[in-house]
Design a protein around this ligand. Sequence first.
Ligand SMILES: [Zn+2]
Ligand SMILES: [Zn+2]
Ligand SMILES: [Zn+2]
Length: 269
Amino acid sequence: MKIQILGTAAAEGFPGIFCNCQHCQKARKLGGKNIRTRSSAIIDDILKIDFPPDTYHHVLTHQLDLFKVKHLLFTHTHSDHFHPRDIGMRSPGFAHNIPYPIHIYGHDVAIANCKAVLPSIEEHYHFKLIQPFNTYQIDSARVTPLLADHNPFETCLLFFIEKDGKSLFYGHDTGWFPDATWDWLMDKKIDVAILDCTNGLIPERRNHLNIEAVKDIQKIFQKNNMIHKGSQMIATHYSHNIGLMHEELEELFSPSGIKVAFDGMIIHI
Ligand SMILES: [Zn+2]
Ligand SMILES: [Zn+2]
Ligand SMILES: [Zn+2]
C-alpha cells in the first residue's frame, strides 16, 4: 500500500490564509515543511480521503493523476476537508478520457451536501451512504468507518483500511476516541496510524487531539499489541495557534518515534 499525505494543516492552513500572527509570519519566512495545506490523503492512486479546497494545488504540486481516483471517502464536511463543487469538474465537457463513475462514500451530511452541488447523473457520480462499524469492500480494500469525537452536530468518521494484508488507521479529525471506536480497534493490528494533532501543546483533547494525547494513544496501542516494531505512527493536522514549526514538532515527538507529517509525505507499507 502506498499512502501519500497531501495536506497537514488545520482549517485555516499554516500559515493561515488571512493570518498575520507571529507563528504564521515565521512559517512564511522559513517555508519548506512549515507550509501546510488542508488535509487529505491518497492511497495507491485510486482511493482518496477527503477533498479539501487545496485539492487543485495538490494536483499541481504533487503531479497527481486525479482522474485515476475511483473512490472518494469523506470523513466529515468541515470546509478544510470538503469542497465538493470542484468534483463537478469531473463531468463531461470539463474532463475528457476519464473512467466513470467515481464512487463517493460518506455519512448523511457529506452525501446530502455532495448531491446538492453535483449533477445527479448516476453514470458519472455514484453515492454510497456508509455507517460506522460496518465494513465495506472497496476494490481490493476493506474499509471500516469508525466514530470520531469531533463535530457534535455531524457524524464524523475515521477510517480503518485493510489492503494486501496491511492496515491503515486514518484518525482525524477527532478528539479522544469514543468508547465504541476503542472497543472496535482493540484487537486490530495497525501498520500505519495517522492521528490528529491539531492542539500541539495546548491542554485540550476533545474534538481534536494534542501531542500528549497522541503519545497516550501510542501507549495504549503498544500495551494491547495493536502496533508492532515496524508500525508507523504519524501525527498531522496542525493548527497555527500551536505556534510550533516542523523541527520543533519533530523534537517533541522524537523520543516516542512518532513521525511528524508534512505535505506530500509518502509512506509505503
Ligand atoms: Zn480538519
Ligand atoms: Zn497565524
Ligand atoms: Zn473538522
